[in-house]
Design a protein around this ligand. Structure first.
Ligand code: FMN
Length: 297
C-alpha cells in the first residue's frame, strides 16, 4: 500500500512540532505557515509526527486514527515507583509449575514489541516456548556443558584447565550439582521456567543485540510488575553460541534465518522477596555521577 501523509489545514495549529521531531525530514515549514509534507518516502514509520500533534491534524496511512491514543499521564509510573520496581526486581528462581495468567503473558510480549529499535526497523521476533520444547532446550544445554566438562576436566587436560581456565575449572562443581538436579527430572539450566521467551532478529542485521536486549528489559520489568519471575538465560545462550545458529533456530523454533540475542525464563514463583538490598558498589558509579551532575559543564 502506498504511504500517504496529509495535514488537515483546518485542524493544524501551525506549531511546527511535526517538522521539528521528524527524524527523516518528511516535513518542511516556513515560519508561521502550515507544515508541508515533502518527502513521504523518507518516512521510517516512527509515528513521532502523529504522536506530537496536539490537534490530531496529521493523517498518516501507517497510523489510522484508531491507533493514536492520548497519553494517560496518571498511569505513567512516578520516578519513585519506577525506581522501587527496578531496585526490588530479582531473578527469582523459585519457579513453580503454576500457569502464568494469559493477561500477564500477553502484556509481557506486548511490552517487548513496543521497545525501541534502531531506525524503527522493528525486526525483533519474540518466540514463546512451552512444555517439551523447554525440556529439549534444557537437555541440549546440559548435554553441551557435560561434553565440554568431559574434555576440559579429563585427566590429561584437568591440570591445564585449572591453570589457564580457572573460572571454568571452579564452575565444574556447580555443573555437577546441576547435573544431579537434571537427572532428578528438574530443569536447572532453564530455572524450571514454565515459559521460555526468545528474542531474535534476522541474521546480518546490525542492531540485533541491542534491539533484542531492549525488548528483553521491557518484558522483564513487565513480568516483574505482574509478579511473574524472570531469569536471563545466559547459560543456554552460551550453549547455543557453540551449537551454531541453525541448530539454535531449530531448538528454539525461531523464524528461519534469525539469530538469537536474548532468552528469558518465566514462571510463577513460590514466594516473593520482602526486602531488597543495595547492590554492591559499581567502581564506575562515582565517575559517572561526577561528570553527569557537574553543573560547571
Ligand atoms: C547476561 C546475563 C546472563 C545471566 N545468565 C543466567 C543464567 O544462565 N542462569 C541464572 O540462573 N541466572 C542468570 N542471570 C541472572 C544473574 O545471575 C542475576 O541477574 C544476578 O545474579 C543478579 O541478581 P538479580 O537479577 O536478582 O538482581 C544472568 C543475568 C545476566 C544479566
Amino acid at each position: 500500500m502506498r504511504r500517504e501523509i496529509t495535514i488537515s489545514a483546518d485542524a493544524c495549529k501551525r506549531c511546527g512540532r511535526c517538522a521539528r521531531v521528524c527524524p527523516s525530514a518528511v516535513f518542511t515549514q516556513e515560519k508561521g505557515e502550515k507544515p508541508v509534507v515533502r518527502k513521504t518516502k523518507n518516512c521510517i514509520q516512527c509515528g513521532h509526527c502523529v504522536d506530537v500533534c496536539e490537534a490530531f491534524a496529521i493523517q498518516h496511512s501507517d497510523f489510522p486514527s484508531k491507533h493514536i491514543h492520548r497519553v494517560q499521564k496518571e498511569l505513567i509510573p512516578s520516578p519513585e515507583s519506577l525506581m522501587e520496581l527496578m531496585k526490588s526486581r530479582r531473578s527469582n528462581r523459585t519457579i513453580t509449575p503454576k500457569t502464568i495468567p494469559s493477561e500477564a503473558l500477553s502484556d509481557i510480549i506486548e511490552s517487548a514489541y513496543v521497545a525501541p529499535t534502531a531506525e524503527n526497523s522493528r525486526k525483533v521476533s519474540v518466540t514463546v516456548l512451552r512444555g517439551k520444547d523447554i525440556q529439549e532446550v534444557e537437555d541440549a544445554t546440559m548435554k553441551f556443558f557435560l561434553r565440554l566438562a568431559s574434555v576440559l576436566m579429563s585427566p590429561i587436560l584437568r591440570p591445564l584447565t585449572r591453570l589457564f581456565l580457572r573460572d571454568l575449572y571452579n564452575e565444574a562443581a556447580e555443573l555437577y550439582r546441576f547435573e544431579r538436579k537434571w537427572r532428578e527430572g528438574k530443569r536447572p539450566c532453564t530455572c524450571n521456567g514454565t515459559i521460555l521467551v526468545a528474542f531474535s532478529t534476522p541474521k546480518g542485521y546490525d542492531f540485533g543485540w541491542q534491539d533484542c536486549n531492549l525488548a528483553y528489559q521491557n518484558a522483564s520489568l513487565m513480568a516483574e510488575a505482574h509478579g511473574v519471575s524472570q531469569v536471563y538465560m545466559g547459560l543456554v545462550q552460551t550453549a547455543c553460541k557453540f551449537m551454531g545458529r541453525k541448530k539454535t533456530v531449530r531448538l528454539l523454533h525461531l523464524p528461519k534465518n534469525h539469530k538469537l540475542y536474548a532468552l528469558m525464563s518465566l514462571g510463577i514463583p513460590d514466594f516473593y522477596y520482602p526486602n531488597y538490598s543495595d547492590k554492591p558498589k559499581n567502581p564506575h558509579q562515582n565517575e559517572i555521577s561526577t561528570s553527569t551532575f557537574d553543573t560547571s559543564l
